[in-house]
Design a protein around this ligand. Structure first.
Ligand SMILES: [Mg+2]
Length: 232
């Protein structure tokens, strides 16, 4: 009989597994300008940990566009963004963060571990990014930015979906949220999960500690340690 501890591991995407860099930002900018006539204050906006539909809402509110116009045109803006992103990433795949390829292979192959996604990307965006990076088929399921208005609401959906997909309930102590932003830490803590944070996004090791992450790594380059931290 296996003595491996059961784990539900919920991975964030941007800043944690990969970066779409300029391609992602340019696609977003073009989609906003073509749909709303402005990109708003995109250059100083802090995307990390945010849900894609909320990013559109906040940027366009900041540009003075009325809510009813934003909500009416937002599906078209996101759809255009995703078309542009798909084209851009097919030509130049996103860059995986150091150690990610090995780490994901090891975590997903570990006995009694269920690996899934918990991300602010809308579902199609997550699929485009991870397919281009060769990782889409590694995760049992995902919870996405178009499933709730706030990231903290995605945690309970993930627990419910894990039960639905595996037939087994996962307790908070069996659940690990892996991410690079304060919002990931808050989301994990809200469901009582352990949080392993990585400073390969825009948030520093110090900030991630201050936010309350249980473990903070500067990167996943040391795959052995990262694997231990996640499956501890
Ligand atoms: Mg992130």
């Amino acid at each position: 009989m296996s003595r491996a501890k059961t784990r539900l591991v919920l991975f964030d995407i941007d800043g944690t597994l990969l970066s779409s860099g300029r391609k992602g930002l340019d696609s977003f900018s073009t989609a906003l300008r073509r749909t709303f006539g402005t990109e708003g204050d995109l250059s100083s906006y802090r995307f990390e940990g945010k849900l894609d539909p909320v990013i559109v809402l906040e940027l366009m509110r900041g540009a003075g566009i009325p809510d009813e116009v934003i909500l009416e045109r937002r599906p078209a803006a996101l759809s255009l963004y995703l078309d542009l992103l798909e084209e851009a990433l097919a030509a130049e795949p996103p860059a995986l963060k150091p150690g990610v390829s090995d780490l994901v292979a090891r975590v997903t192959a570990a006995p009694a571990v269920v690996s899934a996604l918990l991300t602010g990307n809308v579902q199609r965006g997550a699929r485009i990014k991870l397919t281009a990076a060769g990782l889409w088929d590694r995760f049992l399921f995902g919870v996405f930015g178009d499933e709730a208005p706030r990231r903290v609401e995605l945690g309970p959906i993930a627990l419910a979906r894990a039960l639905e997909r595996t037939g087994r309930p996962f307790s908070p102590s069996e659940t690990v949220v892996v991410g690079d932003a304060r919002a990931d830490v808050e989301c994990g803590r809200a469901i009582g999960a352990r949080v392993v944070a990585v400073a390969t996004g825009r948030t520093s090791v110090e900030e991630l500690h201050a936010a309350g992450a249980d473990t903070v790594l500067s990167s996943f380059a040391d795959v052995e340690s990262a694997c231990e931290a996640i499956l501890a």
